[in-house]
Design a protein around this ligand. Structure first.
Ligand SMILES: [Zn+2]
Length: 591
């Protein structure tokens, strides 16, 4: 689907490139730009740069660079229209109707999302009305502030069969409510009835900020205690983390995600300004969850319940998380506590201390296994080793692995050599960790070499210098036809003709050639100094270049020209010299 230039421009202006890239790369502010580890090649020290003015990114390591659309295309491996549409939705630019017709499934998804949003509104109105007393009292009795409950959009499903279906039935066909998982089909052709009854409702907000499902806690002790929406066109539980949408800023700030088990753990953490907490939606952690976490942070801190089930869940999460190359830590709380109860009892500061002190996963695992087995007996030692080996083989770095093996052996008084041997056997047994998916290889692009005047003029264009538009007026197609930057000047003039102004990001976005696009993003980020030349000085210098090239050709030709050609050549040379003199070059530094 082709979008209009006007729409694309609007999305470009609305999309905050720093925010978009922050979702994938941890960025730190350095001067006028932001720096982080490049997502397009493997590196240890950051050479990936983002600027908000002009809004572009560039990596000095692999050379990749471009505008916000290019980033999304490279990162999500999607097409240009898909990138435009995704950013339009994220930043609230209405997508033109015509582009929707082609995708009926998208329409179905949007109807489902609209119904879920309407349901969230309905439940939340109920919570704060007399009918919602049971749910409200339950939530307030757990010690939550009203402002927190409003922030997480908590709601109440009444103890009735058709409360929601009656309210939403006026706006949505039954089919949409069924597809949204909000109602269940009635038996024997009877009307559909509400799926959630007599429950406290927790809307699950997807990554884009929309309600995609509900978690619901029973209020009368009926089973299951937590009932969740089924999977729908809008919701896959294995790919959704509760609270992630709210947590993004705090995750960026702290550099880690705290992974919890329950909706109320996350709500409590939010209330205590531990903003970086998320939870799985009543399911075990999947590799897709791990990939989602990896997009936002490099470090994940597990804080599951302290009971056996919670600790087992923490153990199982390790396989998926280590597969993504994440640093994994585990918070330990006093026996009997979950994050909610601990925060309530001891406060945010004590909890932060626990986060800071959270041991690395392997260290936690060594302590846990040591506590579970009687290390005074050979059988206990063997069981201890059996439990640790599958964890140790997944440690990526050989140096780190060797250090852990040493510590694990010493902790249990086991012979180090024997432990090492067992580890080799486990590795050979195919339990080796799956290698983390390699980052997409940067596409090699030719390196473009420019004249100084071209470089300077480009820097001025990207900076939006005074007088740039007038200067470009003087630059003809013929002046630049032979220059490596010809495509850029043609694109710049096309933008000016459209009357859209010379938006630097739009210019970067308009360049098809990989090498030229990367060159532009590099100049935008590096912004080399341009001396005291003006845009017009640069344009005149650029105009001289083909004239001088022709002069040099004539000089070469004259040495071997036939007598009847000499006059014509000399005449042309004179004319060229006059034109060069007429260009009044004012900036010697450009030559
Ligand atoms: Zn790179």
């Amino acid at each position: 689907v082709g979008f209009s230039e006007v729409f694309v421009d609007e999305v470009r202006r609305a999309a905050d490139v720093v925010r978009v890239i922050s979702d994938h790369v941890g960025l730190k502010r350095v001067g006028t730009s932001w720096k982080g580890l490049c997502p397009f090649h493997q590196e240890k020290s950051p050479s990936f740069n983002v600027r908000s003015d002009p809004p572009v990114f560039h990596c000095f390591g692999c050379g990749e660079g471009g505008d916000v659309f290019k980033f999304v295309m490279l990162r999500e491996r999607c097409s240009f229209p898909e990138a435009v549409e995704a950013l339009a939705r994220r930043f609230g630019v209405p997508v033109p109707e015509s582009s929707r017709d082609a995708a009926p499934e998208r329409l179905a998804r949007e109807q489902v999302l609209a119904a879920l949003e309407a349901a969230a509104l309905h439940y939340s109105r109920r919570l704060w009305s007399p009918a919602g007393t049971a749910a409200r009292e339950y939530l307030l009795s757990r010690g939550f502030a009203q402002s927190t409950l409003e922030r997480i959009r908590a709601g109440a499903a009444l103890d009735e069969w058709e409360d929601l279906s009656a309210a939403l039935g006026k706006t949505f066909p039954n089919e949409v409510l069924l597809n949204a998982g909000l109602v269940l089909p009635g038996k024997d052709g009877r009307r559909p009835y509400d799926r959630f009854r007599n429950r406290a409702m927790f809307p699950i907000v997807g990554e884009a900020g929309k309600v995609v499902a509900f978690g619901a806690r029973s209020l009368d002790g009926s089973e299951p205690k937590y009932l969740n929406s089924p999977e729908t066109v809008a919701y896959q539980k294995g790919r959704t983390l509760y609270g992630l949408y709210w947590a993004k800023d705090a995750v960026r700030r702290t550099g880690h995600i705290v992974l919890m088990e329950g909706y109320l753990d996350v709500a409590r953490a939010m209330e205590c300004e531990i903003g970086e907490a998320v939870a799985t939606c009543g399911t075990a952690l999947t590799p897709s969850h791990a990939r989602l976490v990896r997009r936002f942070a490099e470090r994940v801190i597990l804080n599951f319940d302290q009971d056996e089930a919670g600790q087992n869940a923490a153990r199982k999460s390790y396989d998926a998380l280590s597969g993504e190359g994440l640093q994994i830590h585990v918070v330990t709380l006093p026996p009997g506590h979950d994050p909610d109860s601990f925060l309530k009892a001891h406060g945010a500061e004590a909890y932060r201390e626990r986060l800071v002190a959270a041991p690395a996963f392997v260290e936690w695992m060594i302590a846990r296994s040591a506590a579970r087995h009687d290390l005074r007996t050979p059988q206990g030692q063997a069981a201890y080793a059996r439990e640790l080996l599958p964890v140790l083989v997944r440690v990526d770095s050989a140096v780190e692995r060797a250090a852990w093996v040493k510590r694990a052996a010493a902790h249990a008084g086991i012979d180090h050599g024997a432990f090492e041997q067992e580890l080799k056997r486990t590795r050979a047994g195919g339990a080796q960790r799956a290698p983390a998916p390699p980052p997409p290889a940067p596409v090699p692009a030719r390196r473009v070499k420019l004249l100084p005047a071209e470089t300077w003029l480009l820097v001025m264009v990207l900076r939006g210098d005074e007088g740039i538009e007038e200067a470009l007026e003087e630059l003809d197609e013929l002046d630049v036809a032979e220059l490596p930057s010809a495509e850029i000047w043609a694109a710049a003039k096309a933008l000016l003709r459209r009357g859209a102004g010379l938006d630097a990001a739009a210019l970067v976005g308009a360049i098809e050639d990989d090498g030229l696009r990367r060159l532009l993003s590099e100049l935008a980020i590096a912004a080399p100094p341009t001396g005291d030349a003006t845009p017009l000085d640069c344009v005149r210098e650029i105009k001289c270049w083909p004239l001088e090239a022709r002069c040099a050709e004539i000089r070469r030709a004259l040495s071997s020209a036939a007598p009847e050609q000499v006059d014509a050549l000399l005449g042309e040379q004179l004319e060229l010299k006059q034109r060069l003199a007429g260009l009044a070059r004012a900036a010697p530094a450009l030559r």
